[in-house]
Design a protein around this ligand. Sequence first.
Ligand code: HEM
Length: 412
Amino acid sequence: MTAPTVDASGPYPDWDPLAQYPIDPPGSCNPHPRLAECRRNTPIARGQGWSDMGEAIEALELYRYDDVNAVLRDNETFSSSSIREGMSIVMGPYVLVGMDEPEHKRLRSLVAVPFRPKSLAHWEDELVVQVVDQMIDTFAPRGSAELVREFTFRYPVQVIAVVLGLPVEDHAQFHEWANAIINVSADPMHGIQCSKDLRGYLAEMLADRRRAPQDDFMSELAAAELDGEVLGDEEIFSFLRLLLPAGAETTYRATGNFLYGLLTNPEQLDRLRVDRFLMTQAVEEAIRWEPPLLITSRVATRDTEIHGEKIPAGMQVVPHVGSANRDETRWERADEYDLFRESKPMISFGSGVHMCLGMHLARLEMRVAVNRLLDRCANLRLDPEAVERDNPHIHGETFRSPTTLPVLFDVG
Ligand code: HEM
């Protein structure tokens, strides 16, 4: 693979992280105290979910680790179909994360190959480091940056654009489509139109790769075969559009949360700076502490019950993965970011058959992003004046990431 070139034209000046996701309005800052109370007092409670038409419906909410884990693992009793219904408007009919067995297994087996750790190994140096470095080049000489707008928001989409084999002149357009699709609830007409435009663009690319395969992910998907099964065009278009929220949005937010955890705990940042063997556990703790997405959704396929609470077939169930990750019966001082804590499985990447397909890539991207920032931006630290002025904090009830990350570092 030749070294990729990315769109390093600078941040999007009009982009506002708080304007995303109207369901997380400004002010919905920290749901964790409320979630802790639910874990203690009402760990299984009737609350509110949303139908695919956007109507409020009754749902059962789960807050404790064991309950969340049990529901995610029992995919026969708890279907993912509600996710498909909600997302297919911009993703097309084959939304992997919203499919049930055996349809899900077939599609997942076909698209999974490029995501295995072995396949990812060559992406690290040839792709992710290159993308991250070109982003850092844009602010490195300055000695200061706003890492959300200049870095975390920008690099994961560029990684996906390069993985797909998009020419660099199309990256900005791709990022615009991605944003509109991810934020479809903010502006449905625009989101749906951009999804159509992106599908048209991908269709041309796919036809091209079917004629003349290249060394890229699109060509791999076009050629994927398992027991004589191949991927249909619409399956590929759905999967690629799913990668925008599933791959780019999550990683952007998770990297911001990771940096926020480190920058607000400078003694841990100092230890990590000098001992990079700590990086793996530092990433893992960041994903436990502040996952980018706090909930997912299931629907009961038959009458069932959890701890005596009756769940009729058809009822929506909302497993709170963000709450499960702070279950105080598993983690002491669960609200604190502590990269030295004993490692235990966490549930930010889900559990069971839908467990995140991109988790190895997400970990790799977060590790590379912070390693390269620490390598290239000596004495990286929060900018105290900007902190005073802008009050950086992790924001959101459903999706979480920092509002801003103003930093200073030494140049030369
Ligand atoms: C820190 C970053 C990430 C987090 C926290 C995360 C979280 C999750 C979770 C919780 C699920 C399961 C949802 C459910 O069961 O309802 C999931 C599924 C998925 N994720 Fe991720 N994800 C991340 C990054 C990525 C990346 C980088 C990619 C790909 C580029 C990706 C691709 C997917 C896909 C395709 C699925 C569906 C898998 C299936 O249904 O079989 N994710 N992710």
